[in-house]
Design a protein around this ligand. Structure first.
Ligand code: SAH
Length: 254
């Protein structure tokens, strides 16, 4: 019998922020390939599997290890940081497995976007402020299509979770302001959300770059932007409004 290869979301860092299913799959695994630069190695404490760090491996090398394990009937796990669907580069791996007729499954995880929001005690979708969240990044060595540049996305005025970009925080802030966010829009940078060494820098688009540089944050950080992050009083959600009926509760209004 062959077990599907599992692409598994490790969560943002805290070893308790993995799903129960993910924890079981790690404990049962016979081979684990993990992204050593971001996944907390504490997740691998006590596992019986043979472990490979993908940091120094090419796509071919990663696939060769996974496929060999699959062929040998072993339980193989490819462990990705956060949720594998966001900047996980899983599609290229899955396409190759499709070509070779190898079965796999994806098990979700807690994205660092949500760990960062939790650290800030923020709701990203505040009624009458914004009901939209954008996951994006600034173009770097990996280009971003022009129609979704930060400058263009800024026009939407949604909440934004900006991955992989803290090293270019100055350009991020400049493009967001050029695109339409006011310079006093709230922004926060959360470094290593959910890790013991987590750090938070809060500011406005006008001053965040200086603050991040002063704090010397260069990588493994989430940038969250938008009016939802400010503490100004906002409309309450209608979900818990006594005068609003929904599927689980009748309105108390006569
Ligand atoms: N799939 C991952 C993202 C991988 S891309 C997820 O869902 O979180 C790597 C980027 O994610 C980093 O550059 C950083 O922007 C962000 N990131 C990953 N872990 C983080 C953490 N613990 N705290 C803050 N940002 C993190």
């Amino acid at each position: 019998m062959k077990y599907p290869i599992i692409f598994l979301g490790a969560g943002p860092g805290d070893p308790e922020l993995i799903t129960l299913k993910g924890r079981r799959l790690l404990d049962e695994a016979e081979l684990i390939v993990y992204a050593g630069s971001l996944v907390n190695p504490a997740l691998l404490d006590g596992v019986k599997a043979e472990i490979h760090d993908s940091a120094g491996m090419t796509l071919d090398a990663v696939l060769a290890v996974l496929v060999a394990a699959w062929q040998a009937g072993k339980k193989a796990v490819r462990l990705h940081t956060g949720d594998p669907a966001l900047y996980g580069a899983i599609r290229e791996q899955m396409q190759r497995l499709d070509q070779e007729g190898i079965v796999y499954e994806v098990v979700p995880g807690v994205s660092s976007a949500f760990a960062a929001a939790a650290a800030l005690r923020a709701e990203l979708t505040v009624p009458e402020v914004t009901q939209t969240v954008i996951f994006t990044r600034i173009g770097g060595r990996t280009p971003v299509p022009e129609q979704e540049s930060l400058r263009k996305l800024a026009a939407i005025q949604a909440s934004m979770c900006i991955f992989l970009s803290v090293g270019m925080i100055e350009q991020v802030a400049a493009q967001l302001v050029a695109g339409g966010y006011s310079a006093d829009t709230s922004v926060a940078v959360v470094e290593k959300a959910s890790w013991p060494e987590e750090r938070i820098v809060r500011g406005q688009l006008a001053d965040i770059a200086d603050k991040v540089q002063a704090a010397d944050i260069r990588k493994t950080a989430m940038i969250l932007v938008g009016a939802a992050l400010s503490n100004e009083a906002t409309a309450a959600s209608r979900l818990y409004d006594a005068e609003f009926s929904h599927g689980c509760r009748e309105s108390q209004k006569e």
